[in-house]
Design a protein around this ligand. Structure first.
Ligand code: PLP
Ligand code: TYF
Length: 394
């Protein structure tokens, strides 16, 4: 039966990871996959995570199934972290999912059940798994302008123009913060304009938030998501705990559905539980339990927030160093956008040829669209990257 299978396109980011591993050069630098790395290139287990795991190991008395939606304490803690008091708790239906990807997948399946003809509108560019999953599910998608290749900022006029043409009843996917792959983000005022427009056109927002705490801070990074949760009768929010808790492989995420009232929340919750059951029954629990333990214990939470701040400030310092170095080498402000971008990534806006030449010549690996993972750098490799960019682009 497998004779009928055909080859599948590889994930470009994951393929780059393999190419990096195969490169024998000691001096190689990995700016590919979005995994945080400290100055020595390690992806540490966060202190609060280690301590929460120690407590779970010591205290957990059962590993019996949780519920279809996962542990309700996890939902409560995550709704509080992401949405705070922007919306009444009894209007939110939620399920734990395997990672943010699982939440995105379940959100799309819920949309397919509720509005099978809806088109999902994606920023150009976006995280490649968005279009890939939508296509796999046989759903319709469209694109709105987002990134201005010249300024490396958001093309806000283009974005608004395209969103004005989105038909009533469709869905617009927005990144909650720290846009992947560009690093360019809307200001709060611009997000308010987007919200007003989508409301006016009766379009449902779908927020993917995978980097809360990696941009301007835990609270600051949730402003857009909270504004959306507070403004709409219906919205979907897929949140990932992979990055901000550093628990990538534990597969921890949550899908939150904002509903118009308690009755609708009940029906939506049933549908979300149903979707979990169809796909994998009970969602993974270990990572969710770690997150709940941290968020509900004041000391652990404080330590987690402190380590997350260190991580965030480290990335900001690297951004500034790279922008400064490029300013020094070019005598221009052309690369200042790197310091203005937020999150793990910046899209440099250099050609594929330049990206390849930097990979071959300098052993510095970035994604083909010239996305760099800022956390892959350290003080010593920033000048090497700056020099390589100048060499490959002049
Ligand atoms: N959404 C975006 C934009 C991402 O960059 C990621 C990346 O990791 C995810 C969602 C989901 O991540 P995970 O499934 O590892 O939680
Ligand atoms: O964009 C990234 O690099 C991260 C990690 O299929 C990632 O979001 C990349 C590809 C993938 C899953 C996660």
């Amino acid at each position: 039966m497998f004779d009928s299978l055909s080859a599948q396109p590889a994930d470009k980011i994951l393929a780059l990871m393999a190419a990096y591993r195969a490169d024998p050069r000691d001096s190689k630098v990995d700016l590919g996959v979005g995994v945080y790395k400290d100055a020595s290139g390690n992806t540490p287990v966060m202190r609060a995570v280690k301590e929460a795991e120690r407590r779970i190991l010591a205290d957990q008395s059962s590993k019996a199934y949780t519920g279809l939606a996962g542990d309700p304490a996890f939902s409560d803690a995550m709704i509080d972290l992401v949405l705070a008091d922007s919306v009444q708790r009894n209007r939110v239906a939620a399920i734990a999912t395997p990672g943010g990807t699982g939440a995105i997948r379940q959100a799309l399946e819920l949309i397919r059940m509720a509005a099978p003809k809806a088109t999902i509108w994606l920023s150009n560019p976006t995280w490649p798994n968005h279009p890939s999953i939508i296509k796999y599910l046989g759903m319709k998608m469209g694109e709105y302008r987002y990134f201005d290749e010249n300024t490396r900022k958001v093309d806000f006029d283009g974005m608004m123009e395209d969103l004005k043409a989105v038909p009533q009843g469709d869905v617009v996917l927005l990144h909650g913060c720290c846009h992947n792959p560009t690093g360019a983000n809307l200001t709060t005022a611009q997000m308010e304009q987007v919200i007003a427009l989508l409301k006016e056109r009766d379009v449902t927002p779908f927020v993917d938030i995978a980097y809360q705490g990696f941009g301007d801070g835990l609270e600051e990074d949730s402003v857009a998501t909270r504004a959306i949760a507070g403004a709409f009768d219906n919205a979907l929010i897929a949140a990932s705990c992979s990055k901000n808790f550093g628990i990538y492989r534990e597969r921890t995420g949550i899908l939150m559905a904002i509903t118009k009232d308690t009755d609708q929340a009940g029906i939506t919750q049933q549908n979300l539980n149903f979707l979990n059951r169809q796909n994998y029954s009970f969602p993974p629990d270990h990572g969710a339990r770690v997150v709940t333990t941290i968020l509900t214990d004041p000391d652990l939470r404080q330590d987690w927030e402190a380590e997350l701040e260190e991580t965030r400030n480290g990335m900001l310092a690297l951004r500034q160093q790279l922008a400064d170095e490029l300013k020094r080498l070019t005598n221009s402000e052309d690369f200042n956008f790197i310091a203005e971008h937020r999150g793990m990534f910046s899209r440099l806006g250099i050609s594929t040829e330049a990206v390849e030449s930097i990979r071959e010549n300098d052993g510095i690996y970035m994604v083909g669209d010239s996305r760099i993972n800022i956390a892959g750098l350290n003080k010593n490799t920033v000048p090497l990257l700056a020099k390589a960019i100048i060499r490959a682009t002049s």
